[in-house]
Write a protein that binds this ligand. Structure first.
Ligand code: HEC
Ligand code: HEC
Length: 341
C-alpha cells in the first residue's frame, strides 16, 4: 500500500508538481512494531505542513466565536479527549451528543467518528469545522486570517504558494494528526522484549485479554486495540443514539458503534459513546470490565462474544491493570503535540 502511494507521489512529482519545492515525506516515523502510517496520495507529508497543521489544531479563530479550536475538545492534557466530561461544549455552549474520542493514532483508523461516517482525517476535520454545534466556521473570516501576514509565510512553506482553501486547512491539520502517535506504553516495551516492563498482575490481565475466555482482543485487536469494525456491546435495551444505523439506515446496524482504541484508555474516562441519559454511563475501567463480565443487556444486535464471562474479582482487577499498562502519556507533554508557543 505504502509502496503504491510512494509510487503515485513520484509520478506526481515527475509530472511537475515539484515546482513549488514541497518535499513529500511519505512515512511518518513510528516505533518498530507499529505499521507505517498511511498517507493519502493527494496530501503528502512535509514538515512545514505538519507545523502549520499543529498551529491550526490550536487556532480558536477557526471557529465562529473565536475560541473553540479543535484542542478545546481534544485537549492534550486529557490525551486529546475532553475527559472527564461525558460530552464537550462547542460554540454558544452547545453540548455535543457523544463522548469525544482521542485523536492519538487516529491516522490508522479506517473510518472516523463513532458511526464511521468520515472516511479520512481530512473529511473528519472538515465536518468538525463546519458543524454548527462544534466550530461553526465562518469560511470568509478563516480565509482572511490565513491570508494575513501571521500565516502567509507558514502557508507558503507548507503548500508552496499562498492559495488559501478550506480543503488545504483540513489537509494541514490531518497531516499533523498523522504524526500524533502513541506507541511507547509499558505494554509496547514488553512487546519489544523488556519482560520486566509488566508486573505479574498485568501479564495475567494480558493473557486474559488475548484469550478465548474473554474474546477482548477479537474486537480490540491489532496494534491499536481495534479492528475498526462496528459492534454492539449490550449497554442499553433501547438506543436513542442508533449508531451505524444513522448512516446506513440498515435496521441490522442499530446500536452498532466503532470499536474504540484502548491506547491511553486509563486517561480518558468516562467510557463508551455516552450521551444517552440511560444509566449505562461507565466512569471507571473496573465498571467497564464488570459490564463485560456480566454479559451486557439483551439487545438484538449485541455481539455473541459479549456474554457472561465468569471472571473472578482478581481476574477482573488483572484486566484493569493490563488496560492501565496501555498508557503512553508522552503525547501529552511532547512539544510536537502540545499547544505551540
Ligand atoms: C465541540 C467539541 C469538538 C471540537 C471543537 C472538535 N471535535 Fe473532534 N470530535 C468531537 C466529538 C464529540 C467526536 C465524536 C463525534 C461522533 O462520533 O459523532 C469527535 C471526533 C473526532 C475524530 C474522530 C476520532 C475517531 O477515532 O473516530 C477526530 C480525528 C477529530 N474529532 C478531530 C478533530 C479536529 C481536527 C477538530 C478541529 C477541526 C475537531 N475534532 C474539533 C468533539 C469535537
Ligand atoms: C464484540 C466486540 C467487543 C468485544 C468482545 C469487547 N469489546 Fe470493548 N468495546 C467494543 C465496542 C463496540 C465499544 C464501544 C461501545 C459503545 O460505546 O457503545 C467498546 C468499548 C470498550 C471500552 C471503552 C473505551 C472508550 O474509550 O470508551 C473498553 C475499556 C473496552 N471496550 C474494553 C474491553 C475489554 C476489557 C473486553 C474484554 C472483556 C472487551 N472490551 C470486549 C467492542 C468489543
Amino acid at each position: 500500500m505504502i509502496k503504491v502511494l510512494a509510487a503515485l507521489c513520484i509520478v506526481v512529482v515527475v509530472a511537475g508538481c515539484n515546482a513549488n519545492n514541497v518535499v513529500p515525506q511519505d512515512e511518518v516515523s513510528t516505533s518498530s512494531h507499529m505499521p507505517p502510517m498511511p498517507v493519502p496520495a493527494d496530501n503528502p507529508m512535509n514538515p512545514a505542513k505538519v507545523a502549520l497543521g499543529h498551529r491550526l489544531f490550536y487556532e480558536g479563530r477557526l471557529s465562529s466565536n473565536g475560541v473553540i479550536s479543535c484542542a478545546a475538545c481534544h485537549r492534550p492534557e486529557a490525551s486529546f479527549t475532553d475527559a472527564p466530561k461525558q460530552v464537550s461544549e462547542g460554540v454558544r455552549q452547545q453540548q455535543g451528543q457523544r463522548n469525544t474520542p482521542t485523536i492519538i493514532n487516529a491516522g490508522y483508523r479506517k473510518h472516523l467518528f463513532w458511526d464511521g461516517r468520515a472516511p479520512s482525517l481530512e473529511d473528519q476535520a472538515m465536518t468538525a469545522f463546519m458543524h454548527p454545534e462544534e466550530m461553526d466556521a465562518d469560511t470568509h473570516a478563516v480565509g482572511a486570517l490565513m491570508r494575513s501576514p501571521a500565516y502567509a509565510q507558514a502557508w507558503r512553506e507548507a503548500f508552496g504558494d499562498t492559495l488559501v482553501t478550506m480543503k488545504r486547512v483540513m489537509q494541514a491539520i490531518a497531516a499533523w494528526e498523522r504524526t500524533v502517535i502513541a506507541s511507547n506504553s509499558r505494554y509496547d516495551r514488553f512487546v519489544r522484549g523488556e519482560f520486566a516492563a509488566l508486573t505479574a498482575q498485568e501479564r495475567e490481565g494480558m493473557r486474559l485479554f488475548f484469550s478465548d475466555r474473554t474474546s477482548c482482543s477479537s474486537c480490540h485487536g491489532g496494534p491499536d486495540f481495534t479492528t475498526d469494525e462496528f459492534k454492539n456491546t449490550g449497554l442499553f435495551t433501547h438506543y436513542f443514539d442508533r449508531g451505524l444505523y444513522e448512516i446506513t439506515y440498515n435496521p441490522f446496524d442499530e446500536g452498532l458503534f466503532k470499536i474504540p482504541t484502548l491506547r491511553n484508555v486509563a486517561l480518558t474516562p468516562p467510557y463508551m459513546v455516552g450521551g444517552d441519559s440511560d444509566s449505562g454511563n461507565l466512569t471507571t475501567l473496573l465498571q467497564v470490565v464488570r459490564h463485560y463480565n456480566g454479559g451486557g443487556k439483551a439487545f438484538f444486535s449485541r455481539d455473541k462474544r459479549v456474554r457472561p464471562l465468569g471472571l473472578s474479582d482478581s481476574e477482573q482487577f488483572a484486566l484493569v491493570a493490563f488496560l492501565k499498562a496501555l498508557t503512553d502519556s508522552s503525547v501529552m507533554t511532547d512539544p510536537r503535540f502540545t499547544r505551540p508557543r
